[in-house]
Design a protein around this ligand. Structure first.
Ligand code: AMP
Length: 502
């Protein structure tokens, strides 16, 4: 039997008349429409020369048609390659050169700029705008909705997602039909999704969170999603009156907490608030629970592995942890130097294995061999530990670890202490080059302004709370921390900025 994600999805549809996607403008796409429209779009892709195994590179705004394009690409047996809408022409040129797609779909406003790049690699071009219009939907409108989904094996590629690549070249993570389907089904069950659910979809769809976690879990449950073009706190709050689940990055929750109308009554109909893609501060978790009565469910995953761990639906959702390994996923902690399995409770490299783990990096066999062990474990690059109840705690990215005078300093531990100081909104702790110690601990602090803080206040407050070698030798104040679209603090930018002095 075909393991094509779309075949498995269509076999699971029990109510074809139910809404799959709706928009704030009131458009409604049922499951029957989804089958018909992805059929038309798949026919249009074939007409444009897309063959099974070909990559379809897509840099478009979020819209229902963009989701239809994702599913149609998968139906055609091709490989969906979404690109961040913020990428410049030069950045897109790298991805196109590396992935050699058969087709590049972009916003009409970008078509002229990208034409030369597409031509160099022989990619054909089509357009799709934020309102679902363009040459691709025009071509689809003239085709039949009947399309025989191309049979695929579980091991065949469904998508190629480039990692955010804060250091070095961005790598293309090869995700198979089996990877995506297994994770969608695991999360559907773990988070108790049913067809009664209505998801507030406010995430971008060029990233694993909005594209796979949000979209696939909803569709594999027969549930529906309200597709917002972007995160808008007022709109999200308004939708809580009739939705059941929100999936967000931590910044969503921080921004929503700024709203005076967020309270238990406003969230009474909601069933579940999920957070991931970046660490959720324990303080945000507590504040959310105090205001709404809901404990945010934090989960952990990455482009290469889909989701690995999650706090439970029933059971303790522990603030500051990313929960337990998901069924079918093994999580171990190893010595970063030797790879040896560490005893429970010790901090080390988080490694994961399971049907969720990708096939390797596109055309980078050495990188694949360096990060994906022959025994199937993927070396995540995240440092963490597993507590005596089995919950995973992430202490930061391995590359953010600070080694000062031979001692390891885990930024998260220092950040947690700084964040507890009255007058601190948030902080990021980085290592900057130091001629004696190798690296020196530097704290970048965002103050609340109330009370006014000085460097000496922060340093003094940390005395007695942290060993001397962990305490920052410098504290600098900034208005805001630099974050990428998924809410991750860009420590590489802070390291560049503060390397030679404030
Ligand atoms: P990406 O591939 O862009 O999804 O980034 C994956 C990385 O995001 C992981 O390796 C973690 O460093 C980080 N991440 C994802 N979820 C969490 C979480 N709940 N807490 C802390 N870090 C997270």
């Amino acid at each position: 039997m075909s393991a094509n994600l779309f075949d498995i999805l269509s076999r699971s549809i029990t109510d074809a008349a139910a809404t799959a996607i709706e928009t704030p403008a009131g458009d409604r796409i049922t499951y029957a429409d989804l089958v018909a429209r992805t059929g038309q779009m798949a026919n249009a892709l074939i007409g444009l020369g897309v063959r099974p195994g070909d990559r379809v590179a897509v840099q478009v705004e979020k819209s229902p048609e963009a989701i239809i394009l994702y599913l149609a690409t998968v139906r055609a047996g091709a490989v969906f390659l979404p690109l961040n809408t913020a990428y410049t022409v030069a950045e897109v040129a790298y991805f196109i050169g590396d992935a050699e797609p058969a087709l590049l779909v972009c916003d009409p406003a970008r078509a002229a700029e990208l034409a030369a790049i597409a031509e160099q690699t022989g990619a054909r071009r089509a357009t799709l705008d934020a309102n679902g219009r363009g040459s691709l939907p025009d071509a689809a409108a003239n085709t039949s909705p009947d399309f025989a989904t191309v049979p695929r094996d579980a091991d065949d590629l469904a998508a190629l997602l480039y990692t955010s690549g804060t250091t070095g070249r961005s790598k293309g993570a090869m995700l198979t039909h089996g990877n995506l389907v297994s994770n969608a089904l695991t999360l559907r069950d773990a988070w108790r999704f049913t067809k009664a659910d209505v998801l507030i979809h406010a995430l971008p769809i060029f990233h694993t969170h909005g594209l796979f976690v949000a979209t696939n879990v909803t569709l594999f449950s027969g549930a529906s999603m309200v597709l917002l073009p972007k995160f808008d706190p007022g709109r999200v709050l308004g939708l809580m009156a009739r939705a059941t689940v929100l999936m967000g990055v931590p910044t969503f929750y921080v921004r929503l907490l700024e709203s005076a109308t967020l309270d238990a009554a406003a969230t009474a109909r909601m069933r579940l608030f999920i957070s991931g893609s970046a660490p959720l501060l324990a303080e945000t978790h507590r504040e959310w629970q105090a205001r709404t009565g809901h404990a945010i469910l934090e989960r952990y995953g990455m482009t290469e592995t889909n989701m690995n761990t999650s706090n439970p639906c029933d059971g303790a959702r522990v603030a500051g942890t990313v929960g337990l390994p998901l069924p079918g996923t093994e999580v171990i902690v190893t010595d970063p130097d030797t790879g040896a399995h560490l005893p429970q409770g010790e901090i080390g490299m988080i490694e994961v294995r399971g049907a969720n783990v990708f096939k390797g990096y596109w055309r980078m066999p050495e990188k694949t061999a360096a990060e994906l062990r022959a025994n199937g474990f993927f070396i995540t690059g995240d440092l963490g530990r597993i507590d005596d109840k089995g919950y995973v705690h992430i202490v930061g990215r391995a590359k953010d670890l600070i080694i000062t005078g031979g001692y390891n300093v885990y930024p998260k531990e220092v950040e947690a202490e700084i964040d507890d100081i009255d007058g601190v909104l948030e902080s990021a702790v980085i290592g900057v080059p130091h001629k004696d110690f190798g690296e020196a601990v530097t704290a970048v602090v965002v103050p609340t302004g109330q009370p006014h803080l000085t460097e000496a206040d922060v340093t003094k407050a940390l005395e007695g709370r942290l060993a001397r070698f962990k305490r920052p030798s410098r504290v600098v104040f900034v208005d805001a921390l630099p974050r990428n679209t998924m809410g991750k603090v860009q420590k590489n930018l802070l390291r560049d900025r503060f390397a030679g002095g404030a």
